[in-house]
Design a protein around this ligand. Structure first.
Ligand SMILES: CC(C)(COP(=O)(O)OP(=O)(O)OC[C@H]1O[C@@H](n2cnc3c(N)ncnc32)[C@H](O)[C@@H]1OP(=O)(O)O)[C@@H](O)C(=O)NCCC(=O)NCCS
Length: 430
């Protein structure tokens, strides 16, 4: 057994953009040897999207979009639209435990590699596939990006304020969220392979399925509406008669009331979010309004507080107006009231707790220059790679992998190169 959780597992990572690469990156951080398999030329398109820095020769440096999603991997470039490219691919398939892809519908089939063919080449192979809508069903031929997944899963219609348009969340629930689902499936399939005679299988996830899963509590509320007969009494606006779950603004969405409280100096992000746990209500009253508030008939029972929650939040906001979001957080947390400041990206990049959790870390990159990235959110007491290392340059490890993983000789690689195995592929005319 290896030192790291997934040591000894080789992942052939054909994923691109965000959904697949983040999943493969997590597997790399768990110790797998992740070989990023890219088309020669531009490679993963995100290398050249949203670039913001040039090197000393005036050439754009790989974007943070790419480098923040592809650390601890190796990169090989192979032209799958050539015979030699397919030969290299087949050699890698035979030496891999998992192949991952999030191409548009049908790409792998067009390369000539449906699952059956892959399983023939390597019966132990786990084929992990992520699509917008899955392999089957009326929408399976559609491409998808994050906002489309949010739109079609119910997330967008339930995010924002009822009087405003549907909103996209800042969290990438469609891409990174679905990638997490893919990771779970891969780890489960790797485990199953230890007791099913070493047989591989297909792990399939769809972005809309993943986001629906993440919207589970909104579908809980859909059930409680009972087609217009039920009511969501915890919402701050009337819901009786509604047949779909409305946007809830800043309501907590749980059994306990919650909301954002404005704090001084009242800038765009000077807010604290407070969850008003039932148990803390008497203590909160003592702190902000004494006996009068405790005995106020508008707030006596949970049902009253739900009904009159907008007035209650105004009273809390009036108390909070003399504090900054950090002062209020301390004051409330000292009393064990659940409350947190709305943190900006800048706040978090300087926050001691974030630094302590290694969630904002500097990556050494001797080629592109050091950069900062979001760290590994899953902590294992034993089994993680010791540090986040830079994302590979395009094709940086092609020769090494062809020789040392595929076992090809120099002469063989030369012949494959002449055959177009590693040259820029042509795009299909649509
Ligand atoms: C993200 C997405 C919309 C991008 O669409 P796209 O840019 O048209 O890319 P596709 O995946 O459809 O196609 C990739 C192309 O690169 C080619 N390609 C990829 N790797 C290659 C290689 N090593 N050698 C040769 N060609 C390669 C493919 O053949 C295909 O070209 P073709 O259509 O000419 O055959 C699409 O991949 C998709 O819907 N993926 C599933 C959902 C998803 O993951 N979305 C979230 C992205 S964060």
């Amino acid at each position: 057994m290896g030192k790291y959780a997934l040591e000894g597992v080789r992942i052939l990572d054909m994923t691109h953009v965000q959904a697949g690469p983040t999943a493969a990156q997590l597997l790399a951080w768990l110790g797998a040897d992740v070989v990023k398999f890219e088309p020669p030329g531009t490679g993963d398109i995100t290398r050249v999207q949203l670039c913001h820095e040039k090197d000393k020769d005036g050439k754009w440096i790989d974007s943070l979009y790419f480098t923040m999603l592809n650390s601890n991997k190796r990169s090989i470039t192979v032209n799958m639209k050539s015979k030699s490219g397919c030969e290299a691919f087949e050699a890698l398939i035979k030496k891999s435990d998992v192949v991952m892809e999030n191409f548009g519908p049908g790409v792998l089939d067009r390369f000539g590699y449906p699952y059956e063919k892959l399983a023939e080449l390597n019966p132990g192979l786990i084929y992990a596939t992520l699509k917008g809508f899955g392999a089957t069903g009326p929408y399976s031929n559609f491409k998808a990006y994050e906002p489309i997944a949010q739109a079609m899963s119910g997330s967008m219609s339930t995010t924002g304020f009822p009087e405003g348009p549907p909103m996209i969340t800042g969290s990438q629930v469609g891409d990174t969220g679905t990638g997490l689902h893919l990771c779970i499936g891969i780890c489960a399939a790797l485990y199953q392979r230890t007791h099913n005679g070493g047989k591989g299988q297909i792990v399939e996830v769809a972005m809309t399925d993943g986001v629906m899963n993440l919207c589970r509590v909104k579908y809980r509320d859909h059930g409680r509406l009972m087609g217009g007969k039920g009511e969501l009494s915890e919402y701050s606006r009337p819901t009786l008669g509604m047949t779909y779950v409305p946007r809830a603004g800043l309501d907590s969405g749980g059994g306990q009331l919650g909301n954002c409280i404005p704090c001084k100096p009242f800038g765009a992000n000077d807010y604290c979010y407070m969850v008003l746990q039932e148990a803390i209500f008497p203590q909160l009253c003592e702190m902000i309004g004494g006996e009068a508030l405790k005995n106020d008939p508008r707030f006596l029972k949970i049902g009253d507080r739900r009904k009159n929650q907008n007035e209650l939040w105004k009273i809390i906001a009036d108390f909070a107006k003399d504090y900054t979001k950090f002062e209020l957080t301390k004051l409330f947390n000292d009393k064990d009231f659940p409350c947190g400041p709305v943190m900006t990206t800048e706040d978090n990049s300087k926050d001691p707790h974030v630094a302590h959790r290694k969630m904002w870390v500097e990556v050494k990159d001797e080629v592109r220059g050091n950069y900062w990235t979001v760290g590994m959110p899953v902590k294992l007491s034993d089994g993680l790679v010791p540090e986040i290392t830079r994302a590979p340059l395009l094709g940086e490890h092609t020769e090494d992998i062809l020789k040392n993983v595929c076992g090809f000789s120099d002469e063989k690689i030369k012949a494959m190169t002449e055959d177009g195995g590693f040259s820029v592929p042509e795009r299909r005319k649509k």
